[in-house]
Design a protein around this ligand. Structure first.
Ligand code: SAM
Ligand code: SF4
Length: 330
């Protein structure tokens, strides 16, 4: 029988996030500096065939859920073709995408046809001027059209809308996001701001916690918690008086490291075992040097075995990783 991936802390690893590019057409304040970042050279970025080979190998080791991310995955040329290559790999239970939605109107049909299973779209404000201020792109109407374009494909479900929760910004969005969640089938999720921003401006007091948001929402609309799925990062609630779901991803105030089942592959082929890892395992070098599946599997098993027990955000001496969110793949 094949030996599944486990770490030294008894966690079975079954979820993989694959970053397909470090480039992006937005400049969200909590992620990238206004001027962008030095991009990887084209040669440094894994080719589709290389990504498919590594994903296939990882699925053979027990990965079941694969999420494609970036940077902005839809700016990678021919991206739907990669989705189709991955959808053809036997053993993937869930093939998901995280996108800023800017190019979804263009690509929704191709992505659905290629076999994407579910989509998360990042929307931090439902007010055009505030969306512009935060993402540095005046793109809210276009992103909302992109969400509708993907929603037109009923085989792509669920569709979730993610907002990074930042103090002195997100408070003024709560009522609108509640109405959005109550009047559409899209689950809205608030994600706590993490120290992975390109400007290195994160401070503990800039985190608007899930508990604070929840209290503010409960003051208007009572919520009922839904059962938590194993290894789920979000606590999900239903509005007690009707339709709609709202979730809270609280990596800073309520870390979920104890049952973290995740690995990340960066666009340049490095394996990361934690968002906050200070060490990475290079797979691109050995892959291009002709390593066989057994050798690559050995490198992956070794890295997974050393997976960090937990992140140390908020603890004395915490050091953020050299790469920031867009270069890791969130
Ligand atoms: N560009 C795509 C997008 O924005 O959805 C995919 C990549 S983006 C890095 C993935 C997710 O990470 C987005 O939902 C984004 O809001 C989130 N993110 C980026 N920087 C973050 C930070 N410093 N703290 C918390 N979430 C962050
Ligand atoms: Fe781009 Fe996503 Fe980062 Fe925003 S969060 S700058 S859309 S990678």
């Amino acid at each position: 029988m094949r030996e599944l991936l486990h770490d030294a802390h008894g966690r079975r690893i079954s979820d993989l996030r694959v970053s397909v590019t470090d480039r992006c057409n937005f400049r969200c304040q909590y992620c990238m500096p206004a001027e962008g970042l030095p991009w990887l050279e084209r040669e440094e970025v894994l080719r589709f065939e290389e990504i498919a080979r590594l994903v296939s190998l990882l699925v053979g080791l027990g990965i079941e859920d694969v999420r494609l991310t970036g940077g902005e995955p839809l700016v990678r040329r021919g991206f739907p073709a990669l989705v189709a290559m991955l959808a053809a790999i036997d053993g993937i239970r869930d093939l998901a995408l995280t996108t800023n939605g800017y190019l979804l109107e263009r690509d929704a049909g191709a992505l659905a046809a290629a076999g994407v299973g579910r989509v998360n779209v990042s929307v931090d404000s439902l007010q055009r001027d505030r969306f512009f201020a935060l993402t540095r792109r005046d793109a809210l109407p276009r992103v909302l059209r992109g969400i509708e374009a993907v929603a037109a494909h009923p085989e792509v479900r669920p569709i979730k809308v993610n907002a990074v929760a930042m103090r002195d910004f997100t408070e003024a969005e709560i009522a609108r996001f509640c109405e959005f969640a109550r009047s559409t089938s899209f689950q809205v999720r608030f994600i706590e701001f993490m120290p992975l921003d390109g400007d290195r401006a994160w401070r503990p007091d800039a985190v608007l916690s899930g508990a604070e948001l929840r209290a503010a929402i409960e003051a208007i609309h009572p919520l009922e918690e839904l059962p938590r799925e194993p290894a789920a990062t979000a606590r999900v609630f239903r509005f007690a008086d009707g339709e709609g779901e709202i979730g809270f991803v609280n990596p800073v105030s309520e870390p979920f490291c104890a049952d973290c089942n995740r690995l990340r592959l960066t666009a340049d082929g490095k394996l990361r075992t934690c968002l906050f890892s200070l060490h990475e395992t290079d797979l691109r070098g050995p892959l291009r040097a002709g390593a066989d599946d057994g050798e690559l599997a050995g490198l992956i098993r070794g890295a997974v075995w050393r997976k960090e027990l937990k992140h140390r955000v908020g603890e004395p001496g915490f050091r953020p990783p050299p790469r920031t969110m867009s270069a890791i793949g969130g």
